[in-house]
Design a protein around this ligand. Sequence first.
Ligand code: CTP
Length: 401
Amino acid sequence: MEKRILLIVSGGIAAVKCPDLIHRLSARNIATRCILTSSGAEFVTPLSLATFSGDKVYDELFCLTDESQMGHIELSRRADLILIVPATAHILARMASGLADDLATTVLLATDKPVMVAPAMNVQMWEHAATAHNLEILKQRGIMVIGPEEGEMACGEYGFGRMSEPEDIVNAIEKYFSQGNRLRNKRALVTSGPTIEAIDPARCIASRSSGKQGHAIANALAHLGAKTTLVSGPSNEPDPSGVSVVHVQSARDMLVACKDSLPTDIVVCAAAVSDWRTKKESQSKLKKNGVDQKVLELILNPDILATLSKLSKERPSLVVGFAAETEDVIAYATKKRMTKGCDWIVANDISTKTNTFGGENNTVNLITSDGVENWPKMTKTQVAEKLALRIADALDQSAKG
Ligand code: CTP
């Protein structure tokens, strides 16, 4: 089936490459409809975009005729992907702050479609802390970024900021569309974040986890087309788009929510579940009353990963656990794979020196029945994408027999 892209052309010199980009997309059976920002129109004309795309070019938010024929919601509804080429520092900043002051940014705020950007700007602008911060926010929201490349720029400077070539952008889009089907018709369940076990109305036992890795995995599985449920303990991470999210507090709530989302094909347990809870939660605040030592009686929480791995009915095809270790990482993780009964374990060293909990990066080892793979240090998003692709490979493999 023909795919449809909504192309937002913003105001940089690289906008002149858009007609060529549209031509290359159409050669691969990808249709383009354009929104041209007012600064984009300084570099490329509506007529040339209309000629190459074979469609009307949209540029005004408050044009009554357009709103009656094709409103900003409808524009995004009819697209499989929204692409911003070139993505200037300005449009990235407006997206990061959630502004909606023209048609392009209004569409971007109102859409639930995947968004890909190809940044292009002067090297100083690219390296500015504000741009880096905006890009980080956008990546966390699941926005895909192509380039920029290092090279000579129109302003005469040299460095990072040069937009990726149209052919590279087209290749990235094709790859995205082909991967978007890999887990179609599969269901995935991901646990993420910490769990919180109440001691009394004022205090709790919590585990350390930001939810970054688990949320990124849910996002990556959804990008491959899996119908994904994320069961998350309290986390500051935004809900990934296109994922159904269940917010929970305790390990027992998490287990109930996981069981409610069965049957599923894929399970990834990335949550740092509190192993224990108090034997009896106090309904009133525990008072010190001059006592300088207090013993809490703790009992073990249910093990969600082991429960899902050992389901006798409708066991998921692939169950992946994490092992958070501070020493003998591989040995402990290998043992955990056996005792919990899961298929794979992603082992990571969470000792303080690695800054894994709460940090952006992760260095993991994937332990399967075939042995141990050492993955290089990557961002948590990259770990998630690589893991999701490995999961897709494994399911393809088992479908073949
Ligand atoms: N896990 C779980 N339910 C629990 C405890 C852990 O689902 N009650 C899952 C985690 O999500 C992770 C894996 O089990 O996928 C391993 O968690 P980890 O904290 O490394 O190990 P524990 O089982 O807690 O064992 P230990 O504390 O002895 O290392």
